[in-house]
Design a binder for this molecule. Structure first.
Ligand code: GLN
Length: 537
């Protein structure tokens, strides 16, 4: 079968949840035994979101092969339980860089280099790239941004050209819009949808399916009106009501027959029925918890939910396994100090100290570690959170006063966390951290080994600093255990505190590998420990 391409664009406003719709459709197609992947094309000029502040675009998601990508790739992996890669996230910056580099090489042989055809050719090449690998039957491409944005125009033009080049049944476009409800008029309004579809049509593209985000059910006459004015069949107007959980959206889309109409348009009507047994079992557990726990998430980007997206979702997965609702309370590390520590962390059954960069909020994170350690509250530190755990222990237990990371204090007397050797000569910031999957060997007789149930693991990374092995001996003597190391470099990956009921810090990012079907073992164990802590209290 020829590879099929499904494009998903958005109109009216941003933040409509294109990523979730794309992931939900992908899930339904995967459940019908198709090999599916999703890719995202982002209109911004950054090469990747690695250099973006989390306040701009939320968390930066890292793939196995070390690409720093849009957080929607996290949804794709969590829904599909398959890895994405560098090729799954393309930005305008990447497109232009390739074209400009080629121009410098002289590859265009004296031609004037233009948006059409050179930029659009490069966009199309990348849009088809994963399809050419032979690994997938269906490629879903989410177009970032909103139709009508200046930056989005070349991407829409590339889709127009592909629709013209590929057979009709190999390439379709789904357009996601908002149908607002005017409470004064008590009416759902279709005009913004009409306008945004018209904008697509002005660019020569007609959507095959329109998915309407709405807070109220779409009556038949509203669907008909959208169909008529937007030039799609009435059964191709799909209602997407606000859902209680993002994980319910695949079922809602199935109920609306989105998968059926997509398969019909792609000429794949004979597909098997969807098998969602595992997915439904997860939902069943998620919706019927037998208890609940309260976990503090200590970080400095707490104003924006998306900054810790993967961590929050990992708790949803781990909560379902434990049949337990996890109430995550974000605690702003910048405003956490001696005076309010007890009050802010009172009643918590677990403390997670989040990843991060730079000095802001560091002192509060160290305090949070100390509180969890001294009060025997289950503790989980991720990346910077692990580094803070090492600093706290060095200062308050091992007697290394003013121990610090050189990220914050380059002249500390005790640089227990220091820049990795290979980082010392780097001057370029983009894409130069230690990124992606690296192996780790766990010591037997450790909490980490109990959690994973094996010795060899591989986890994803995104950092420049590391535990300074010169301090290993002194900290071990003081009671800290280094239970995971990289086999090639000796770099410390896991620290734990055997004298504490549950205290673990990891240099890697386990949250990037937790999926609905494979919740991450550390999150699962942490929630379990929180449950036990709560019931013992
Ligand atoms: N800033 C720290 C480092 O670069 C931690 C990074 C992180 O938490 N992702 O090592």
């Amino acid at each position: 079968m020829a590879t099929k391409y499904i494009f998903v664009s958005g109109g009216v406003t941003s933040s409509l949840g294109k990523g979730i719709i794309a992931a939900s459709l992908a899930k339904l197609l995967q459940a019908r035994k198709f090999r599916v992947t999703i890719q995202k094309f982002d209109p911004y000029i950054n090469i990747d979101p690695g250099t973006l502040n989390p306040y701009e675009h939320g968390e930066c998601y890292v793939t196995e092969d070390g690409a720093e990508t849009d957080l929607d790739l996290g949804h794709y992996e969590r829904f599909l339980n398959v890895h994405t890669s560098k090729a799954n996230n393309v930005t305008t910056g990447k497109i232009y860089k390739t074209v400009i580099d080629k121009e410098r090489e002289g590859a265009y042989l004296g031609k004037t280099v233009q948006i059409i055809p050179h930029i659009t050719d490069e966009i199309k090449r990348r849009m088809l790239l994963l399809g050419k690998s032979g690994k997938y039957d269906i490629i879903i491409t989410e177009l970032g941004g909103t139709v009508g944005d200046i930056e989005s125009t070349p991407f829409i033009e590339a889709v127009r050209q592909l629709q013209w080049e590929l057979p009709d049944e190999d390439c379709i476009l789904i357009h996601l819009t908002l149908v607002p409800f005017l409470s004064a008029a008590k009416e759902l309004k279709t005009k913004p949808t009409q306008h945004s579809v018209r904008m697509l049509q002005q660019n020569g593209v007609n959507p095959d399916i329109i998915v309407c985000r709405t807070e109220h059910p779409l009556p038949v006459d509203v669907r008909k009106k959208i169909a008529l004015f937007c030039n799609v069949k009435p059964n191709a107007v799909i209602e997407s009501m606000d859902a209680k959980s993002i994980y319910e959206v695949p079922l809602n889309m199935m109920h609306e027959k989105l998968d059926e109409i997509v398969l019909h348009k792609l000429g794949l009507e004979n597909a098997p029925a969807p098998d969602l047994v595992k997915w439904n079992a997860f939902l069943e557990k998620m919706y019927h918890p037998k208890g609940e726990v309260d976990i503090a998430l200590v970080g400095k980007y707490v104003e924006l939910q998306d900054a810790y997206k993967s961590i929050l979702e990992s708790f949803v997965h781990a909560g379902a396994v434990n049949e337990c609702k996890v109430n995550v309370h974000t605690v702003h590390s910048e405003y956490l100090d001696e005076n309010n520590l007890g009050q802010k962390l009172a009643g918590m059954d677990g403390v997670l100290v989040a990843p991060g960069f730079g000095e802001r909020g560091i002192a509060g994170k160290i305090k949070a570690v100390q509180y969890a350690r001294e009060n025997n509250i289950p503790f989980f530190g991720i990346c910077l959170g692990m580094q803070m755990a090492v600093i706290e222990y060095s200062r308050n237990v091992a007697g290394l006063t003013d121990a610090m990371t050189t990220e914050v204090n380059p002249t500390t007397p005790y640089p227990v966390i220091d820049l990795m050797e290979e980082q010392k000569t780097l001057t370029i910031k983009g894409g130069t951290m230690r990124l992606g999957a690296y192996d780790c060997i766990l010591e037997k007789n450790s909490l980490a080994h109990d959690i994973y149930g094996k010795t060899h693991i591989s986890e994803r990374h995104r950092h420049r600093y590391e535990f300074n092995n010169n301090f290993k001996e002194v900290l071990e003597k003081a009671g800290l255990k280094f239970s995971g190391r990289n086999p090639d470099t000796g770099l410390v990956e896991v620290v734990e505190l055997p004298s504490h009921p549950f205290f673990i810090g990891v240099q890697f990012h386990p949250e990037l590998k937790s999926t609905v079907e494979e919740p991450h073992p550390i999150f699962v164990a942490f929630v379990k420990a929180a449950k036990e802590y709560k019931s013992a209290r």
